[in-house]
Design a protein around this ligand. Structure first.
Ligand code: TYD
Length: 210
């Protein structure tokens, strides 16, 4: 049985963070031990890496350096927080994980990720991955609205153009097609309640079987 790591993926603005919050509430009500976390930036070291990654001033960052920083954040996070929680029998919900690197740095940046294989072998594989899918155009308008409402600037990756987000979206779709047993693709344009129920109805029987 795979350890119960559950991940949420999707392009920016897909609503995955909201859905992870709703799932947490349901797990809390059930009294099930779990932890929620996210990438990048869950650990002290990760928060520093996150700042470098998302700072819009860092325009000079090379794509391969970006890739290595996301991997560095992940390995610190996995060994410091995720693996110990799983070993204690906790369920771990993670907002973005390795599929984000495959979709953003592989799909979006077009990097060849073949040489990551030995590192990937050390990662914990998620039991289930919820890929909340919205069109890249919808993502753009949600991000612009969110940042305007909150008076925030785009982070470095949010400044990328539509073609980048289309490539990321294609990356996620290919990953989901390649591993249909792990991925659950969800239409992110649906009502929040409907998406919440869909995720719960999919996950609950799997948790019972653990
Ligand atoms: P964040 O503000 O956490 O975005 P969100 O709330 O949408 O998850 O910023 C994370 C950004 O980093 C996001 O644009 C996606 C990107 N990212 C990668 O490019 N590769 C990765 O491996 C991960 C984990 C995130």
């Amino acid at each position: 049985m795979r350890p119960p790591l559950i991940t949420f993926e999707g392009i920016d603005g897909s609503g995955k963070t909201t859905q992870m919050g709703r799932l947490s509430e349901r797990l809390k009500a059930l009294g099930r031990p779990f932890m929620t976390t996210r990438e990048p930036g869950a650990t002290d070291i990760g928060r520093q890496i996150r700042q470098i990654l998302l700072d819009p001033k860092n325009r000079a960052m090379r794509p391969d350096v970006e890739l290595l920083l996301y991997m560095a954040d992940r390995i610190q996070h996995l060994e410091e927080q995720i693996r110990p929680a799983l070993e204690k029998g906790q369920l771990v919900l993670c907002d973005r994980y390795h599929d984000a690197t495959l979709a953003y740095q592989g799909g979006g940046r077009g990097l060849d990720l073949g040489w990551l294989k030995p590192l990937e072998a050390k990662l914990v594989k998620p039991l289930r991955t919820y890929f909340i899918r919205i069109d890249p155009e919808e993502s753009r308008s949600r991000l612009d609205r969110r940042n305007r409402d909150q008076g925030m600037d785009n982070c470095r990756l949010e400044e990328e153009d539509l073609a980048f987000f289309r490539a990321v979206d294609r990356g996620y779709q290919q990953l989901a097609l390649a591993e249909p047993k792990r991925f659950c693709i969800i239409d992110g344009l649906g009502e929040l309640e409907a998406i919440e129920c869909l995720i719960w109805n999919d996950l609950e029987p799997r948790l019972e079987a653990l």
